[in-house]
Design a protein around this ligand. Structure first.
Ligand code: GLC
Length: 748
């Protein structure tokens, strides 16, 4: 027992510990220790009550209040989905640095369709977090890619809830296997950045359950995250952080979540309503919130028992954290080992979109004409809280050079100079903005023609950046800029006239337009934003050291207008003012967006309505070929579950891995359904030529069901169902049918 024989967390029942807390300590425990951020209005300044340990890990996003006399330490919470984000240098500590590994972005990880790989990345991130003294890693983020213009899509996985949920669950398991907590975010329907702190998302119940909540349901049930982060936005008129149905009924009562819920930073508005609804911790914590809670207690507008309940949730999780066990972290994680994991993961998630005339892999150590600003300055990840303070990043040039390729000297010399000259012209970057991009360099045709004669293959890298606080543009962002188009045309003309090939590398965080130019080039490698090891990973794939096995987890449509959500994006400004202090900081306005597209998101819309796409959901090529054996079902009649098995054989000349996708088409029933929906997927091991592997998938009733908002039930109708095994959502290799003779109704 502690010297003064007070109850101690972990030794005495939590309720006894809570009973010892003074009211103002309780209020401090449910609000974080604040965030030092220039420009915050006075009401947002960090609370001054109690000891602030935010300095324990400088640069971490936030920390919680400590009560040493009761054995309650302060937890440290740090971002983010691509790696740990903390300050790389510290005041009065010139001998050490605190860099972290910048892993590939979440969208790339999802494109690997490799659950085990994502769990391995999670383990690496969790280890780094632990060794730097972080207790909760604010990841994974799994909001649905509703529209490619969403500024934070790079932090998210997919347009499909099954892929999103499975990836998030794998990340949670990986991180938490290291004894560090994860935070599944942003719960829910924070699908773009425009007026995110105030916007009201209007969405129907079926869309919520089948599309926007479904991934979180999978992540919570299968990953068992220690924490969940509610989102900024309102849902159907109420802030998500103030909704009892989301935070208590669905999350806890229906899905069994047993950790604590935190707000997003300065998220929501009514602190009392947030605690009552089941949002346990208000981050980063402000003095204003503490005043409001103390007043509410005094005026009996908030019962102290509510505080006790949310503190129980917080302390229950805190006891699992490294700080509680007094873990002596080293501040010296295995960055070298994690760099290797980052490089491997990056190559696994790259997608070979097109490869005409066997342009890839590059044959031997040939001479390359390397074009495109981003070849010389890679975009390794997105900006905002999803960024990582990394020690270095490997450019494509460095990767090519170290792999023994010879690069045209003129280009290698002149691009860096152009980039630094143009960068110097950019206006200073304002807080809460995405870095501006310099114009794509234009080169005279005669220079390009000469380079084409002096080299064997052209590489052109097109880069895009995006980040928190802003959505993407259409002109020059989703669509190519005029300078980019001109570069593609000039290089393609010159190289094709010389009988040589052109390879485009897409170094992007979200979908771009490809249909209008892809036939001008031979190969397109979608590298996404591959993290700090970008150059090595891209060259691993270009050279054939790694056979690309990624598949699209998000559709590349022909036009941004083809996305059903485009009709309502980004929403409308509402007249009435929104008295939310933080909106003053971000000049956010009251706004509303109606998710009129309902469940028709991504391939569900494109494939059902037969809308042609540039590259469909699930698409991805390989340097080898795979054949699919017969699809075998455990039964022709579905009772409670059914197993589908298929054998995949590498019929090509090089080893490779195949992603097998299982889609189900349901019979006509009470609800209109998409033509088919992804219900399972798997990835083979590396198969040598002529080697086979059988993958089996267990289909359960919920995989056949749709959500009936009238009865608040999942329903699976009787009739004939079709299983489609595809190498993409439209490249269906095998089909089988089964009957369901009894309707099922599954309560939520
Ligand atoms: C940010 C983000 C959230 C992040 C948090 C802490 O505004 O929305 O993803 O974890 O604040 O940085």
């Amino acid at each position: 027992m502690h010297g003064n024989s007070l109850p101690q967390l972990g030794k005495n029942p939590i309720r006894e510990v809570i009973a010892e807390l003074a009211v103002d300590e309780k209020v401090c425990l449910v609000t974080g220790l604040g965030m030092e951020m220039p420009g915050l209005p006075p009401s947002f300044q960090a609370p001054v009550v109690g000891t602030s340990e935010s300095a324990r890990v400088p640069g971490a996003a936030g920390s919680t209040y400590a009560v040493p006399r009761l054995g309650i330490p302060s937890m440290v919470l740090a971002d983010g989905p691509a790696g740990v984000r903390i300050s790389p240098q510290r005041k009065n500590d010139s001998n050490s640095s605190y860099y972290c590994t910048a892993f590939p972005i979440a969208t790339l990880l999802a494109s690997s369709w490799d659950i085990k790989l994502v769990e391995q990345v999670g383990r690496a991130m969790g280890l780094e977090a632990k060794e730097y003294g972080v207790d909760i890693l604010l990841a994974p983020a799994l909001n649905i890619h509703r529209i490619p213009l969403g500024g934070r899509n790079f932090e998210y996985y997919s347009e499909d809830p099954l892929v999103s949920g499975k990836m998030a669950a794998a990340m949670v398991k990986g991180v938490q296997s290291q004894g560090v907590g994860a935070s599944v975010k942003h719960y829910v329907a924070n699908n773009h950045e425009w007026n995110r702190n105030t916007i009201n998302v209007v969405a129907d119940q079926r869309a919520m359950r089948e599309i926007y909540l479904r991934g979180f349901e999978i992540a919570v049930k299968e990953g068992k995250p220690w924490t969940v982060m509610s989102s900024y936005n309102k849902l159907n008129g109420t802030y998500t952080s103030e909704r009892n149905d989301l935070l208590s009924e669905i999350l806890r009562d229906q899905w069994g979540f047993a950790g604590f819920v935190m707000t997003d930073w300065f998220g929501g508005r009514n602190a009392v309503a947030q605690l009552v609804a089941g949002n346990d911790l208000l981050m980063p914590g402000t003095a204003r919130q503490q005043e409001i809670l103390l007043e509410a207690l005094k005026d009996e507008k908030l019962d102290e028992s509510v505080l006790d309940k949310v503190i129980e949730n917080i302390l229950g999780t805190l006891q699992k954290c490294p700080v509680f066990s007094g873990y002596q972290y080293s501040d010296n994680p295995d960055l070298k080992g994690n760099a290797h994991i980052a490089r491997t993961a990056a190559a696994e998630g790259m997608v070979l979109l097109q490869n005409h005339h066997g342009a890839l892999p590059l044959a031997g150590k040939i001479r390359l004409g390397v074009f495109g600003n981003s070849s010389y300055e890679m975009v390794t990840g997105g900006t905002g809280s999803g960024d990582v303070n990394k020690a270095y990043s490997v450019s494509l040039l460095q990767g090519l050079d170290e792999a023994g390729f010879s690069i045209h000297g003129e280009l290698e010399k002149s691009y860096p100079g152009y980039i630094s000259a143009e960068t110097a012209k950019l206006p200073p970057r304002q807080p809460f903005t995405v870095p501006a991009r310099i114009p794509e360099r234009s080169l005279p045709d005669d220079e390009i023609n000469q380079i084409a004669l002096d080299t064997d293959v052209a590489l052109i890298t097109l880069g895009r950046n995006s980040g928190e606080f802003a959505d993407r543009e259409i002109t020059g962002d989703f669509d190519l800029s005029q300078a980019e188009r001109q570069l593609l045309v000039s290089v393609a003309d010159a190289y094709h006239r010389a009988g040589k090939k052109v390879v485009v590398i897409l170094n992007i965080g979200g979908v771009v337009e490809t249909a209008s130019w892809r036939d001008q080039v031979d190969a397109i490698l979608l590298a996404w934003q591959p993290g700090q090891e970008s150059g090595y990973a891209i060259v691993d794939v270009l050279s054939g050291n790694v056979n690309p096995s990624g598949k699209l987890a998000t559709t590349f449509a022909i036009s941004v207008d083809d996305y059903p959500s485009a009709q309502n994006f980004p929403g409308v400004v509402l007249e009435e003012a929104e008295p939310n202090d933080f909106t003053a900081v971000l000049a956010a306005k009251a706004a509303e967006v109606v998710y009129e597209d309902s469940i028709w998101v991504g391939y569900r819309a494109f494939n059902t309505r037969k809308v042609e796409t540039a590259f469909p959901f699930g698409h991805g090529l390989s340097y080898t070929r795979f054949s699919y054996g017969d699809l075998r079902l455990s039964s022709g009649e579905f009772i409670d579950e059914l197993t589908a098995s298929v054998t995949v054989t590498n019929t090509g000349k090089v080893a490779g891995r195949e992603v097998v996708q299982l889609y189900i088409s349901a019979p006509p029933g009470t609800l209109v359904k998409p033509a088919s929906e992804l219900r399972a997927f798997g990835k083979t091991r590396l198969l040598r030529p002529q080697e086979s592997q059988t993958l089996s998938f267990v289909i359960t009733t919920v995989d056949l069901a749709s959500f009936d908002p009238v009865d608040t039930m999942w329903i699976a109708d009787v009739g004939e169902y079709t299983i489609e095994i595809g190498a993409s959502s439209i490249d269906i290799r095998k089909t089988e049918h089964f009957q369901k003779t009894e309707a099922s109704r599954i309560p939520v």
